[in-house]
Design a protein around this ligand. Structure first.
Ligand code: FES
Length: 122
């Protein structure tokens, strides 16, 4: 494992992200409040550039026991939507909402003195 400085925290707006190319990989760093999440820019569906997708609020639907809709609502979770075929992944967990086994590959990320550091396999 190697710690690699990729940029400044100030360069990533709250709710935004940046994609860095380093050590032969592309990694998207997503900022949610004071937390950062780092995901490989490789969609598990077919290899698309997932970290370059748009971010949307997840929409839920409340149903009656006989499956009639009582309306749609925002869950408060944010999803990255893959620009190739539209698969969605939770920004914070990297998981696909409908398939627990389909997820993004993540890396440890932290901030030291305002710099963003990734820990990547060597
Ligand atoms: S490559 Fe991402 S949804 Fe197909």
């Amino acid at each position: 494992m190697a710690d690699i400085r990729v940029g400044r925290l100030d360069d990533i707006a709250d709710g935004g992200h940046k994609v860095y190319a380093t050590s032969g990989r592309e990694v998207g760093v997503f900022r949610v409040g004071t937390k950062l999440y780092a995901w490989e820019n490789h969609c598990p569906h077919a290899g698309g550039p997932i970290c370059q997708g748009k971010i949307f609020g997840q929409i839920g639907e409340e149903l009656t026991p006989d499956k009639r809709s009582l309306g749609l609502f925002y869950t408060g979770q944010k999803h990255i939507v893959c620009p190739w075929h539209g698969f969605e992944f939770n920004v914070e967990t990297g998981r696909h909402p409908g398939d627990e086994g389909t997820r993004l590959k993540g890396f440890p990320v932290d901030v030291r003195d305002g710099d963003v550091w990734l820990r990547l396999p060597g």
